[in-house]
Design a protein around this ligand. Structure first.
Ligand code: HEC
Length: 291
């Protein structure tokens, strides 16, 4: 096997090993980064829901409360404000979803689905549990979800969720008195749920891995080609010429093949062979003269 071929195989083996290790490391880093990215997005969405809730409690409810026109303004309801605002956001980001659901909801549309009931149960069983996250499928797409419990921590909420008798009449007229009441302080009353798509972050992670592997491959192929060409030009080519010359000389085919001057170590080897050939010639002549 020629030296170039041998080197090419060794380099290819090292490359495959190197690229596999680098690809794996890059894949691990990028997928961890993608996971972190979707988690941060889900956190942002939940944070936005919380912010709207707080804004409504602090700025909208006190103003609307003062309007005593006998009607009920859902805009003063923190849950309504958060869900409606983030629904508007979903118009631009359809795969992002924010929801507040409960086992005993005021608005039937907020009734917890079977899957959400499972999350609520976990929060109920472990009062120290502050969030749950993971992946699930919604409408054929994989989404990342982040859920946080809503516990009754403010007595102000009980005005509308405690005893129906003390709830605003207009609210009862709109929502009825059979759902969303009887909640008490400290109780787990619902959950905040944010869903964000995983596909874009994963696609980004894969393309980064491909860029890393692609860049490594290009650098390697280029370096290997340059290396093999240099090896051919400076090592195997002179070596071939020397071998041919040494062979011709040993067979005495008209003396040593005249080689172009070779520089460096091969040049020294060439000189050594030439000297050796001359010594052998001399010795042979002396011997034939003596005979
Ligand atoms: C002025 C009355 C009012 C107050 C005060 C109020 N809520 Fe509500 N709440 C409602 C109404 C009405 C809905 C249904 C809104 C809708 O149509 O989506 C609701 C919905 C909810 C929901 C979603 C599930 C459901 O019942 O539909 C949760 C959870 C919730 N409220 C928790 C709270 C908490 C916690 C507080 C205190 C920070 C609070 N609410 C204060 C009236 C109120």
């Amino acid at each position: 096997m020629r030296i170039e071929t041998r080197f090419a195989w060794i380099l290819a083996f090292c490359f495959c090993l190197g690229v596999t290790v680098a690809g794996l490391i890059s894949w691990r880093l990028e997928t961890a980064h993608a996971r972190d990215d979707v988690h941060q997005r889900a956190k942002m969405l939940l944070g936005a829901g919380l912010a709207v809730r707080s804004y409504t409690v602090a700025n909208v409810a006190p103003v609307l409360d003062k309007i005593d026109d006998g009607s009920f303004h859902p805009a003063q309801v923190p849950s309504f404000a958060a869900q409606q605002t983030l629904k508007l956001l979903s118009a631009s980001f359809p795969e992002y979803r924010y929801r507040e659901s409960s086992l005993n909801p005021t608005n039937i549309a907020d009734r917890a689905t079977d899957w959400e009931v499972g999350l609520l149960r976990q929060f109920d069983q472990d009062p120290g549990l502050h969030e749950l996250f993971g992946r699930t499928r919604v409408g054929g797409h994989e989404v990342y979800y982040l859920a946080r419990p809503i516990r009754m921590t403010s007595a102000a909420c009980l005005r509308c969720h405690g005893d129906p008798a003390s709830a605003p009449r207009a609210m009862l007229a709109k929502y009825g008195s059979s759902n969303g009441f009887g909640w008490h302080m400290g109780q787990l009353v619902g959950l905040q749920l944010a869903e964000v798509p995983t596909a874009p972050a994963e696609a980004k992670a894969w393309s980064s891995v491909l860029v890393t592997v692609g860049a490594l491959t290009s650098v390697f192929v280029l370096s290997a080609v340059v290396f093999l060409l240099l090896l051919h030009r400076h090592v195997t080519n002179p070596l071939d010429a020397l071998t041919r010359a040494a062979l011709a000389s040993s067979l005495d085919q008209g003396g040593c093949e005249r080689l172009p001057a070779i520089e460096g170590q091969f040049g020294q080897l060439q000189e050594a062979i030439e000297r050796l050939r001359q010594s052998v010639d001399l010795a042979m002549k002396r011997r034939s003269r003596g005979a």
